[in-house]
Write a protein that binds this ligand. Sequence first.
Ligand code: ZN
Length: 207
Amino acid sequence: MKQLTDHAFWLTSATGAHCYWLDAGDRVAIIDPGMKPGLNPVARELRAAGRSPYEVTDILLTHYDLDHSAAAAEWQRRTGARTWIGAEDAAILTGAVPPPATSFRQFMAAITRVELPGNLHLIDGDTELWPGLAALHTPGHTPGHHSFRYERVLFVGDTGTADADGLRPMASFIMSDPLQGLADLARLQAVGADWLCCGHSDPVRRR
Ligand SMILES: [Zn+2]
């Protein structure tokens, strides 16, 4: 468990995308818990740091891809936590809406569908999930993708990767709407965060 700020931590033993822990006092969130093989390693990592998985009040999913969200349903069963996901992504997981018509999205849909967690709360566009925690709709990667901002920390999901100079685009073939993805990136660059926490690059403090 690597501490980034007073409130934000990186849980390095998750499997799949990068997983983060946000301790906001009354609310404790795990952001993108990753894939099921990481469940027990993450629990051990928390315990080694004197924390407990049962502190989690909120499970935040940037989007529905399995490397970010496959462990969420089991996390939810074990903790009872609220789970937050974009409304458009939940509709894809229930099958109410087809996935975007890109070859990558069609391939992913053919091999797997993530279980939708219980105690589900849908994020509908830009909103404040609780005082100080903003969800920013960044739909370029998936239609319901959200980034999260708490104080000067930005959880980017798969909108981009980061280095100390800022954010960079993901490979366009994994974006549902690459042009929207670039607009999302420009928006996030302008948010004014000190810390950039991405799904597929290590968290960095901006220069
Ligand atoms: Zn993704």
